[in-house]
Design a protein around this ligand. Structure first.
Ligand SMILES: [Zn+2]
Ligand SMILES: [Zn+2]
Ligand SMILES: [Zn+2]
Length: 325
């Protein structure tokens, strides 16, 4: 089946109620724009394809519209994931109230179902964007589509690079009952998440997508080169251990990376302004704690020592400042 049809089937299938509240890629309409563009080009003999950098027929609306859709989808996705994961972590009265609001339906099954639907939602739309950009380049024999993809990545709206997707994957893996073993978390026939934290291998999370597309997320901290501990994602999407990223920005570990100066640069991509947008990856933390118990305990002891040392050094310097020696 062609992707266009699969996508239409997805949009109008039994998920319709879920998708009603979310924006999606207007795949069919964008494809129609490309089609009309192609027909115009065939009739218009004076268009010189090699020199043409942009297409007057469809550029104005094509990229701006796709950007708007991508932004909407990314926004909708992060809001809903945030809400869902908040419900998972929230305890006591908060959860109870949320349950009341959901008419007692917010049990594990519906939560995990929503998690899966969100993964499906974001990946389907991400594939739609990829396909339509490829089509654009084919019709125009240009690299504009490819450049647009790079731009999306640079502006951190590339849907499949979202730290929220990693959180959601961890969430699905966390929800498995102990009896399920460590097999991949599979849902529908097309999607599955897996985490691999073998001692001698690079720790990674894998997301299997339709058409045997495979995405891998490295769970190594680029600073200590070990498996992430108490992970945070900076605004640019790069993942670090809490203590590593705080020390890199000369922030107090106990205050967390959000407290770092906004001028601090990401240790990997050197972008500024990414610290205030730091995201605590609570589901990933829970998953790693469960899957690498020995390592996790070891790190916990080390981290406590690290925090103590930093606090002591801080107070020492303060006293020296006050006393003047
Ligand atoms: Zn065109
Ligand atoms: Zn680290
Ligand atoms: Zn970065």
């Amino acid at each position: 089946m062609k992707f266009g049809e699969t996508f239409m089937e997805y949009l109008h299938g039994d998920r319709e109620w879920f998708l009603d509240k979310c924006s999606h890629v207007e795949y069919k309409r964008l494809k129609k724009v490309l089609k009309s563009c192609r027909t115009c080009r065939l009739n218009d003999s004076c268009t010189n394809e090699c020199e043409c950098k942009s297409c007057p027929l469809c550029d104005q609306l094509f990229f701006s519209e796709l950007m708007r859709e991508a932004l909407d989808i990314a926004g909708c996705f992060s809001t809903r994931v945030r809400h869902l994961l908040h419900l998972h972590v929230a305890g006591g009265i908060e959860r109870y109230m949320a349950r009341l609001v959901h008419c007692f339906k917010t049990d594990q099954t519906t939560m995990i179902q929503e998690g899966r639907m969100l993964i499906e939602y974001v990946t389907m739309n991400a594939i739609a964007i990829r396909k339509i950009l490829k089509k654009y380049d084919k019709v125009h024999s240009s690299v504009n589509g490819k450049n647009f993809k790079l731009k999306m990545r640079a502006e951190h709206i590339e849907l499949l690079q979202s730290p929220w997707l990693i959180e959601l994957g961890a969430f699905c893996l966390n929800f498995k009952r102990p009896g399920d073993g460590n097999s991949p978390s599979e849902f529908s026939t097309h999607f599955s998440f897996d985490v691999d934290v073998d001692v001698d291998d690079t720790p990674k999370m894998t997301l299997m997508l339709p058409d045997s597309m495979k995405l891998e997320y490295d769970l190594t901290c680029p600073i200590c080169l070990d498996t992430l501990f108490d992970p945070y994602a900076l605004g640019c999407g790069h993942l670090f251990c809490k203590s590593c990223v705080c020390l890199a920005a000369s922030a107090m570990i106990c205050d967390g990376p959000k407290a770092a100066s906004p001028e601090s640069k990401c240790p990997v991509c050197r972008e500024t302004g990414v610290y205030p947008k730091a995201l605590h990856m609570t589901e990933l933390d829970m998953l790693l704690k469960r899957r690498c118990k020995g390592y996790w305990k070891e790190r916990l002891t080390e981290e406590r020592a690290r925090v103590l040392k930093q606090t002591k050094d801080f107070w020492d310097s303060q006293t020296r400042f006050v006393v003047g020696y």
